[in-house]
Design a protein around this ligand. Structure first.
Ligand code: AMP
Length: 279
């Protein structure tokens, strides 16, 4: 695996590979890699000749400085995991490398309507603008044919799909299924901060999303939401920040059950967990 800290040399390498006719798949991450991230690299390997993975903890998508400082940084372990699945290139830029003129770099986010301000966007103001800024910069540098992202961050995936279309980028975006622990809990670097008891309780999130799926034909939307929230909050210490059932393409309320997705954010032990399930 080749590692680059410099975008100049990364882009030069990619240009050369493209001239040789190689296709490139890209997996952007913030590190602290787990089997969820690795599943993306494996899928990317199957799709393209070369896989580039980036690790960059992007300051512009954190709305709390404290969360940015607390974000786990495990580059040696990450590097080993990536080598084990034959990732070809690791890009690990510094903040200066990504934002040489500061984070106010004149990025113009495309107008995507209110999708940025609902669900996650309502509780994490500015998060998606920062995420689009960094994904856009990374795509300029990596110039990939295929972009792999997880459906675990469903709204992020939906926004990136719209952004890529609006920016007329010539690449295919792939949304990959959420990898879960055996309990059903969606894998996340945040799970490491849960106590053993918390981890058991957190499994109720996926169980409740599945309860919605099983009951969607029998119950009204409000009853489904209420039932799922009650199931999660029946576990001591768990608090639902939002739980919504919406259209999976537009993330807007819809009566069309065939196109529903349920998404939620839940607090437990001062840790915010997100999950979703296409119904
Ligand atoms: P992050 O490092 O958290 O920014 O995530 C990098 C990529 O990995 C994003 O596209 C995430 O959606 C994806 N990802 C995170 N957790 C999982 C998971 N449990 N299963 C599949 N993909 C995931």
């Amino acid at each position: 695996m080749i590692s680059y800290k410099s975008s100049f040399y990364l882009s030069k390498y990619i240009r050369k590979q493209k001239l040789l006719g190689k296709t490139i798949a890209f997996v952007p991450t913030m590190g602290a890699l787990h089997l969820g991230h690795i599943s993306l690299v494996k899928a990317a390997k199957e799709k393209a000749d070369l896989v580039v993975c980036s690790i960059f903890v992007n300051p512009t998508q954190f709305n709390k400085q404290e969360d940015l400082l607390k974000y786990p940084r495990t580059i040696d372990a990450d590097s080993k995991l990536l080598k084990a699945v034959s990732c070809d290139v690791l890009f690990i830029p510094s903040i200066k490398e990504m934002y040489p003129k500061g984070t106010n770099n004149g990025f113009q986010a495309p107008d995507l309507g209110n999708i940025l301000d609902i669900l996650e966007g309502e509780f994490r103001p500015g998060h998606f603008e920062g995420m689009m800024q960094v994904v856009s910069l990374l795509l300029d540098k990596v110039n990939c044919d295929h972009l792999f992202m997880g459906l675990k961050d469903y709204q992020q995936f939906a926004i990136c799909s719209l952004m890529i279309k609006a920016q007329k980028r010539k690449l295919e975006i792939h949304g990959m299924p959420t990898i879960r622990e055996s309990s059903g809990l969606a894998m996340s670097s945040r799970n490491e901060r849960l106590s053993a008891e918390g981890r058991k309780k957190a499994a109720s999130i996926y169980a409740s999303l599945n309860w919605v799926k099983e009951n969607k034909d029998q119950l009204q939307i409000e009853n489904l939401k209420q039932g799922a929230i009650e199931r999660i909050e029946s576990q001591d210490g768990m608090q639902v920040e939002y739980l919504e059932i919406v259209d999976k393409d537009l993330l807007r309320p819809s009566q069309d059950k065939k196109n529903w997705i349920v998404l939620c954010a839940v607090w437990l032990e001062n840790i915010r967990l997100i999950d979703n399930l296409i119904l």
